[in-house]
Design a protein around this ligand. Structure first.
Ligand SMILES: Nc1ncnc2c1ncn2[C@@H]1O[C@H](COP(=O)(O)OP(=O)(O)OP(=O)(O)O)[C@@H](O)[C@H]1O
Length: 230
């Protein structure tokens, strides 16, 4: 379980309170109005946004003070964070702490993962030689190879067209589940949540609410989200 115990995450003048528990191995969608604090929540869990109150536990271990790189968390962002001067192989191999000339073993592991995400044969291209969807796949491969228990997705596919966005979301969730990950994904689309999420964390200004089963949240939303869901 990922437990935000009476936590507060703060960016400048903005503070988000979160007192909630996320179940291990489940997919949880994070939804709520623009500017409410969804990215703040994920950034706080990843350790990029300062935690100013409370504690954060993963499977009973206090990770509140751990630096981002030491947390059991991988993150997929909208900009993919691929290094333009590195090949796909080198970018993805970074997940394994590999140097610029990966060993044969690392190359094998990366190429197997590239096959999983549909990038077979593209290991030696640079990011600029890939389509937007292929770049997303490379970032997904890197996040999956990182082998961290929790995968945070902050709308990584929102720049893609609707069909590809849905396909990438489904692929990410399927592969993350296969790898036994716990997934938190920000989305603006309740249909995404309905399709892939077990539960929904609603974020209203300054507060992230405890998760509610997806169907209950969508069919009978908590009062504070009724207007947002329309
Ligand atoms: N670096 C920062 N410094 C100060 N305030 C910030 C910073 N980043 C975000 N904020 C503020 O924190 C609040 C929450 O922002 P956040 O990006 O978490 O919202 P969001 O729900 O993810 O929004 P969106 O759906 O538009 O991406 C906003 O009021 C925003 O202006």
């Amino acid at each position: 379980m990922l437990w935000c115990k009476e936590a507060e995450f703060t960016q400048g003048a903005y503070a988000l309170a979160a007192d909630l528990r996320i179940q291990t191995g489940k997919v949880t969608a994070v939804i709520g109005p623009s500017g409410a604090g969804k990215s703040t929540l994920l950034g706080g869990l990843a350790g990029f946004v300062p935690q100013t109150r409370g504690a954060l536990f993963w499977k009973g271990t206090d990770i509140t003070k751990l630096a981002p790189a030491k947390r059991p968390v991988s993150m997929l962002f909208q900009d993919n964070n691929l290094f333009p001067h590195l090949t796909v192989l080198q970018n993805v191999a970074l997940a394994l702490g590999a140097k610029l000339k990966p060993s044969a073993d690392v190359r094998n592991r990366v190429e197997t993962m590239l096959k999983h995400v549909g990038l077979d044969g593209l290991a030696d291209r640079k990011p600029a030689e890939l389509s937007g969807g292929q770049q997303s796949r490379a970032a997904l491969a890197r996040a999956l190879l990182q082998d961290r228990d929790v995968m945070l997705m902050d709308e990584p596919f929102s720049a893609l067209g609707p069909g590809l966005k849905a396909e990438m979301l489904d692929l990410s969730v399927a592969l993350a589940k296969e790898a036994g990950r716990t997934v938190l994904m920000v989305t603006h689309d309740p249909n995404d949540a309905a399709r892939v999420a077990d539960a929904i964390v609603g974020v209203s200004p300054n507060k992230a609410w405890p998760p509610v089963a997806t169907q209950s949240f969508l069919s009978d939303p908590p009062d504070v989200f009724v207007d947002y869901l329309g």
